[in-house]
Design a protein around this ligand. Structure first.
Ligand code: ASP
Ligand code: MG
Length: 486
């Protein structure tokens, strides 16, 4: 049975034009698939407003959250009114929106009275954006003649109770999804499902983490053994670099799960990283497409990648990193050391972004995305679980104000030529680099540079190594510069 899951993000539903374009896309696919599911996130900016509202209920200025609730109501009405005015669905939608807004108000009142909010409250509040938007999208689709039904994923996606970053319990989710949805498919009804949210086995609302609607689409795709999952967004697909930093960035037509995972993990705003893991476990092809340019083929994420011959697909960076380096005496299982270090730091409330060690296993380098150097050093000095038998850590060294630059491409970490070309390119550009290692697979190469060199390093690698394929066009032939393999 041909099954498609399509997810529409906040920018694809954030205003009247975007909603109409998303509806056009669903209408165009209607009837083309045996089973079709639509996943919807909150309108652009709505989750931020909701979370802001929760925070403001704890602020000194009492009642400020009510101003935000007003803004939210106006924002929703500004979209719903032009589409549905004069239609009986307008009244129905506004009743629903008012009910949700009342729920929001009473949770905020309670938070204000108690003087504190719990992660569980935050999830209850954050979920409201999706809970409203599925009804707006399904009403719009019904007006366009599409048989559909709004469904809240609290009835489908069963999660643990790790609020704000819940993980699905896949077998229970599979059972619910395959009990609730097939009767709708049998009547040719398209389920329109809330992204981002789920519920614990006893029904308490949870969320999958910010940007989690992509993840919802992959979870549902996995449960339904879908043929494809399409993620509709406001860019053409995954690019060779951030076009904001690198104007020559190109669209990547095909890329592997592992390359995209590394890109997402090391800073590129592509997809929620867990989405990629879920899709690759199920061998589920993901397509990233532009709601505002649906003719463009977008990027296909699967097992294959289409890089230039030299093998590098894309480059990304994270800025304002803090690096902590410690010398270690060799002789022990380095993987075990890494696990112990991460566990000990996490116990102290410090979450390392990544841990690298040099190839001679003499030093370990821990990257943090914020400046927590003093706390980390203290942890090294005081936490006995960091004192491992046979290993002596020398005094850790801290370097602040760094950027992590990551290149992705099939097996690039174990292709020595790549490192040498990258180093010589950056050396010529006057940028000092420090190789750190790879991410979770040999498909990435991570190094650090000073923050102020970060943008320049990304541009140089992009233009000299990705666009100008060193294998196809020797660097001595400027006429062939910027030949792209795309
Ligand atoms: N609405 C949620 C958020 O803003 C989930 C999503 O957009 O995917 O994080
Ligand atoms: Mg989003």
């Amino acid at each position: 049975m041909k099954t498609l899951v399509m997810k529409f993000g906040g920018t694809s539903t954030g205003n009247v034009n975007a909603l109409n374009r998303s509806a056009d896309i669903v209408v165009a696919q209607y009837g083309e698939w045996d089973r079709m599911v639509v996943v919807v996130s909150a309108m652009e900016g709505v989750t931020d407003l909701l979370l802001d509202c929760a925070e403001q209920s704890l602020a000194e200025e009492k009642g400020h959250y009510l101003v935000i609730i007003d803004d939210l109501w106006n924002k929703l009405n500004a979209v719903v009114w032009p589409i549905f005015a004069g239609d009986q669905s307008y009244e129905q939608l506004m009743v629903l929106i008012d009910t949700r807004i009342q729920e929001l108000t009473s949770i905020c009142q309670r938070i204000q009275l108690q003087g504190k909010s719990s992660p569980r409250d935050m999830d209850e509040i954050a979920a409201i954006g999706e809970r409203i938007n599925v009804y707006i999208v399904s009403a719009l689709l019904s007006n366009r003649g599409v048989r559909c039904q709004a469904i809240e994923a609290t009835d489908l996606i069963v999660t643990d109770d790790c609020y704000q970053a819940a993980s699905p319990i896949q077998n229970e989710t599979d059972a619910r999804v395959n009990a609730v949805l097939p009767p709708l498919f049998a009547k040719a009804i398209i389920p329109v499902i809330t992204g981002f949210i789920g519920a614990t086995p006893n029904g308490t609302t949870t969320t999958l983490g910010r940007g989690g609607s992509d993840y919802t689409a992959a979870i549902l795709g996995k449960s339904l053994h879908a043929n494809e999952v399409w993620i509709w967004t406001d860019v053409d697909g995954i690019m060779t670099a951030d076009p904001g930093l690198t104007p020559g960035a190109r669209l990547i037509p095909d890329i592997s799960y592992s390359e995209v995972y590394e890109l997402a993990y090391f800073g590129a705003k592509v997809l929620h990283p867990k989405t990629i893991l879920a899709a690759s476990e199920a061998n589920l092809p993901l397509l990233v497409k532009n709601t505002f340019n649906p003719q463009c083929k977008g990027t296909k994420i699967g097992n294959c990648s289409q890089t230039n011959k030299f093998g590098v697909s894309a480059v990304t960076g994270i800025f304002n990193i803090c690096l902590l380096t410690a010398q270690i005496m060799p002789g022990r299982d380095i993987t075990k050391i890494k696990i112990q270090i991460v566990a000990a730091l996490t116990k102290q409330g410090l979450s390392p972004l990544a841990v690298f060690w040099d190839t001679r296993e003499r030093s370990i380098c821990i990257a943090f995305s914020e400046n927590i150097s003093n706390l980390a050093i203290q942890a090294f000095e005081e936490d006995s679980s960091l004192r491992l038998p046979g290993i002596t850590f020398s005094q850790p060294q801290v370097t602040e104000g760094m950027a992590l630059i990551t290149l992705v491409g099939r097996e690039i970490f174990i292709t020595p030529q790549i490192l040498s070309i990258v180093s010589s390119t950056l050396e010529k550009a006057g940028v000092n680099i420090n190789l750190l290692g790879n991410g979770t697979s040999p498909d990435s190469l991570v190094f650090s540079v000073a923050n102020e060199d970060g943008e320049h390093a990304i541009k140089q690698i992009h233009d000299e190594v990705i666009l100008h394929d060193p294998m196809v066009s020797p660097r001595t032939q400027p006429a062939l510069k910027h030949v792209s393999a795309l």
